[in-house]
Write a protein that binds this ligand. Structure first.
Ligand code: UDP
Ligand code: MG
Length: 313
């Protein structure tokens, strides 16, 4: 199959018929074999009925309905597991992303050899203050921390090699960081394409300002997990040892001072408190590292690798 189009949605019933028709038109014009995988993330409107109706007219449409709302990441992840196309496209259901971009995205994956291509909503049609400005900041931070040169990490419209989506797991609210997840899994050829963005036609946005707080925390944890989840002691052990040594050094100095001069009072010296806190912090960090090692040792993912190629086997 040429294309799988994965579309996570919640309460987007009005948009679905129009979106389906538009995708269908692009697919037929380009003679692609395709599937549209709608993942209904616990809608409370009649989105699911609409999906079933659309399917009765077009067998390329497939649907998955969650028991409740699990979030966009879960929707994408489930869609990725089900996708069978050589190229996988993701897009939002709200008609803000244009299916006309699909052929060029697909070409970039197949001919330019990208593992994934992210859309860039260069001209955004969203609220300036709640979205556009915070999003510029968010993208700048993510760019610096991840070292991936993208302008728009969280664009819903993206294209992937099949291998890429099968090799990553989108959990929590990590859909904002799929390029980072991909990079950590070794899919380093990440491209960008300026895409047309439109104003929301029906319904309303499902994400509020909170996205930026959660998004930032997720960025911290993803950078950390990517680097240290399989070797937590290398982080915590190092800092734990440094703190412990500083504390121990000061403590030894204080004890020696006391031995030399019995009038020396320990408890009114700043060093005394510094030594105490450093020793405690050092011990805490060291223990965190040790527990981290035990957790990662028991993790079912401790020995999962992505094999790129084999020869003679
Ligand atoms: N969405 C989802 N689950 C959620 C929130 C959103 O599947 O918990 C879908 C939503 O229906 C849409 C896409 O994710 O298809 C992007 O959401 P939205 O358009 O509200 O985000 P925005 O464009 O405002 O960033
Ligand atoms: Mg939207």
């Amino acid at each position: 199959m040429d294309l799988s189009i994965v579309i996570p949605l919640i309460d987007e019933a009005e948009s679905l018929p129009e979106l389906t028709a538009w995708i269908g038109k692009v697919m037929n014009e380009n003679h692609y074999s395709y599937e549209i995988i709608y993942v209904d993330d616990g809608s409370s409107d009649n989105s699911w009925e609409v999906i079933e109706q659309l399917r009765s007219k077009n067998p390329n449409i497939k649907g998955i309905k969650f028991q409740r709302n699990y979030g966009k990441s879960a929707g994408l992840n489930e869609g990725f597991r089900a996708a069978t196309g050589d190229v996988v496209i993701t897009m939002d259901a709200d008609l803000q992303d244009s299916p006309d971009e699909i052929p060029e995205l697909r070409r970039m994956i197949l001919e330019d050899g990208f593992d994934m291509v992210s859309g860039w909503k260069k001209k955004r049609h969203d609220n300036t203050f709640t979205k556009n400005i915070p999003s510029k900041f968010f993208n700048a931070v993510t760019r610096t921390m991840s070292g991936i040169k993208l302008h728009d990490f969280n664009c819903g419209l993206k294209a992937y090699k099949s291998r890429t989506v099968k090799g990553i797991e989108v959990y929590g609210e990590m859909h904002r960081y799929i390029p980072v997840l991909a990079k950590w899994s070794g899919f380093k050829k990440i491209g960008e394409k300026v895409v047309e963005h439109r104003a929301r036609k029906y319904g309303k946005s499902k994400f509020g300002l909170r996205r930026f707080i959660n998004g930032f925390l997720d960025l911290l944890s993803i950078s950390f997990v990517g680097r240290f989840s399989k070797r937590p002691m290398h982080f915590f052990g190092l800092w734990g040892t440094i703190f412990f040594m500083i504390g121990l050094g000061i403590a030894i100095y204080l004890v020696i001072s006391k031995i030399i001069d019995s009038n020396f009072t320990l408890t009114n010296k700043p060093g005394f408190y510094l030594a105490l806190t450093s020793l405690v912090i050092g011990m805490q960090l060291f223990l965190a590292g040790f527990i981290g090692e035990l957790v990662s040792r028991n993790s079912p993912f401790r020995n999962t690798y992505l094999v790129e190629k084999k020869t003679g086997l």
